[in-house]
Structure formats: C-alpha cells, structure tokens
Design a protein around this ligand. Structure first.
Ligand SMILES: Nc1nc2c(c(=O)[nH]1)N[C@H]1C(S)=C(S)[C@@H](COP(=O)(O)O)O[C@H]1N2
Ligand SMILES: [Mo]
Length: 363
C-alpha cells in the first residue's frame, strides 16, 4: 500500500481492533488514522469492568471526605462552570505490551492503545475550591460508576484511583464533559471524566461520580495491585506506581510486515512524551546502525500532545529492511533499545522496530 492509498474519509477507515470482548478492550487502527486528532470512533477503549448504566436525571458528582463543605453538582451545574480546552494524548500504560520480551499477561496491545483528543471541561482546582479541601488531605480518590468482580477479590469493586493533591491542583487537570467538541461518548466516560495531562491512561478515570479527599494514601486494587512496576509477580515490595508517560514513538507507515514498492517514500509516525515536548525523532533503515533525523510535521507542537514525524526514504535496492524509530524529549529522555522488563508489562517505550520487504520488480 502507498501513503496516498490510505483512507481519507472516516467512513472508509477500518474499525477498532478487539483485544478482549468482555469487558470491551479495543485498539485503535493507528496505522490508518491519519488525523492529528483521533476521531472519537477510532479512539482505543480500555475497560476493566462492564460499562456502567448512567441515568443523567439522577446523576450527580459528589465531593466529600476531608473537605469543609461536602457538595453535589449535577450535569447542568457543571456545564455552567468555566470551561477550558486541553489537547491531550492518552496512552494506556499497557500499550506495546505485546512487544515485551519475555511476554507478560494482560491485554496484548500492539501499538494502538494511544490517542489524541481535545478535552473540554472544568478545571479540577475550580471544583475543589467549592468544597474547600482541608489541610489534612493528601490525596483525592476518583470513583468511576463502573463496578464488578475482579478475579482476585470476592466483593464487587468500582474502578477507583487516587491522585496526590499537588498533582490534582495543577492547573492542567480537568473534569472533562466533552471529547472533540461532542459530549464525551458513553464508552469514554460520559458524563464526566478526569483528564490528567502527561499521565498514562489509568489516571484518566471515566464515569466519575465521586471525589473523596483522604488523609492517607489510597490502596484500592486499581492503585496498589494494578498499575505498579514490579519485577516478580505477587511481590509488591518496592513497587513503583505507574504515573507519567515515558517518551515514546511508533512507525505508522509502513506497517509491520508490509511489502512496499521500490522508489521514493515517506516513513511516517508519531511521537509523544509525558513532560515537555518531543525534540527529535530519528529513523534507522539499517537495523539501528545509522540514524537519520526525521522532520517533526505536526500542525501544532505543544506539551501533552503527540507530534507527527516524517522521513523521506528513496528505496533503490530491493530486499528486507528493519526500520526503527527513536524519539527524544526536551528533558533529554530518549527511548531505550529495551524498556525495563516488568511483570505486568507496563511502560514499554522500547524503540519501535518493524520488518518490511521491498520486492524485486520483474521485467
Ligand atoms: N472508570 C474507569 N475509568 C478508566 C478505566 C476503567 O476501566 N474504568 N480504564 C483506565 C485505563 S487503564 C485507560 S488506558 C483509559 C482508557 O480510556 P479510553 O477507554 O477512553 O481510551 O481509561 C482509564 N479510566
Ligand atoms: Mo490503561
């Protein structure tokens, strides 16, 4: 397939790729998503529990715990509050798990558990002000409306995660009501979702119905069992919580295993990082022996969002090629050849490598 053959019309685009049916876990067909903003329909979906049923008439966000004035807000009240736009790339910390060696259990994401959207909502700090969080509070716990059983627990649990108060108070965090100018789609957290720019996906709690200020660190299963870097399964000694996204990149064209024509091409891809901006992307077409600077081509270039990159490549010799891409960020982080292996397969930001072939033309 040539670059120009890729679908430009959303109706012609391929759909999401199922990784697990119940609960639904769907990967973005990222090689064929050509827009800087991921259309809502092609945004990956990561769910730990069955989708909740939300009745907007009776729905409210409750703020309680270590606060002076516990308070409820309904959807209309939230819509009346000051709204801000944030362009934020969200990557699941399990993205590229399928590329980890040796393999680790969990959803076998290839490269498409990542997407970029415009999120619109109320600054979290604005809402917290209304309830007046006490000095004794250290964390905020965000409770999603989705609940169900986990294989390691005998009672039903909600998806719940906490944020340290200093991170929560940063102006970047918002309670989003909209995704790409639409009310957030049901599968992505309608009516309200937390956005934590720069952090891996698990922090962006969907279907939030409760925020609880706590005076001690939260230890729920989605906080202390899942989403920690550990080297031996079951051994939580020295577990490090998964937080900020690491610098990462993917080659989106050509795709893995593709056969392409001789002649001029443009190798294309995406790069992102949790803090700062992407400063450089390099491409190797000779299995990492030599590296060439790619051009960063995003229309907008800002923190918390991914950037497009492109590298012109004129292929004159048929054969098999190993392509690699390596990104650096403005904090001097660079993708490693192999990300530190961990038992749950999180944070795989190893240099992306694909094999392709260029057939001989027959005369
Ligand atoms: N309530 C709730 N929020 C959640 C989750 C969930 O299962 N339930 N999954 C988290 C994880 S691990 C990721 S990667 C993102 C995925 O968001 P998306 O499904 O909109 O892509 O949501 C996060 N928020
Ligand atoms: Mo995730």
């Amino acid at each position: 397939m040539l670059n120009q053959d890729l679908p430009r019309n959303i109706n012609d685009m391929p759909g999401l790729i199922p990784r697990q049916v119940m609960p639904e876990n769907m990967e973005s067909p990222i090689n064929n998503v050509l827009t800087w903003i991921t259309p809502n329909e092609l945004f990956y979906a990561r769910n730990h529990l069955p989708y909740p049923t939300i009745q907007l008439e009776s729905w409210a966000l409750f703020l309680g715990g270590e606060v002076d004035s516990p308070i409820n807000f309904n959807y209309e009240q939230l819509k009346q509050m000051p709204q801000v736009d944030k362009f934020v790339t969200i990557e699941c910390s399990g993205n590229k798990r399928a590329l980890m060696e040796p393999p680790t259990p969990g959803e076998q994401w290839q490269i498409g558990a990542v997407g970029n959207a415009k999120w619109t909502g109320v600054p979290l700090a604005y809402i917290l002000d209304q309830a007046k969080v006490k000095e004794t509070a250290v964390e905020l716990v965000f409770t999603g409306s989705d609940s169900g059983l986990r294989p390691d627990m005998d009672t039903s649990v909600n998806f719940e995660r906490s944020l340290p108060l200093d991170k929560a108070l940063m102006t970047e965090c918002i309670l989003a009501l909209k995704m790409n100018d639409q009310p957030i789609p049901h599968k992505h957290g309608f009516p309200l979702r937390l956005i934590v720019p720069g952090w891996y996906g698990m922090a962006h709690v969907k279907w939030i119905s409760r925020i609880t200020a706590t005076s001690s660190p939260f230890k729920g299963p989605f906080q202390a069992i899942d989403y920690v870097y550990i080297t031996n399964e079951g051994d939580y000694h020295g577990a490090v919580p998964v937080t900020e996204m690491k610098v990462n990149s993917i080659i989106t064209w050509p795709s893995k295993g593709e056969k392409i024509h001789l002649g001029p091409h443009s190798v294309r891809g995406l790069a992102w990082t949790g803090k700062g901006t992407i400063s450089k992307v390099e491409v190797s077409i000779d299995n990492g022996m030599t590296w060439n600077s790619a051009q960063l081509t995003s229309p907008e270039h800002k923190p918390y969002t991914w950037t497009f990159w492109e590298y012109p490549w004129n292929i004159t010799v048929p054969g098999h090629y190993f392509l690699q891409a390596r990104a650096r960020d403005s904090n001097a982080n660079v993708q490693p050849k192999a990300a530190p292996w961990n038992a749950k397969g999180y944070g795989n930001n190893s240099i992306h490598q694909i094999a392709i072939s260029v057939p001989q033309i027959l005369h």
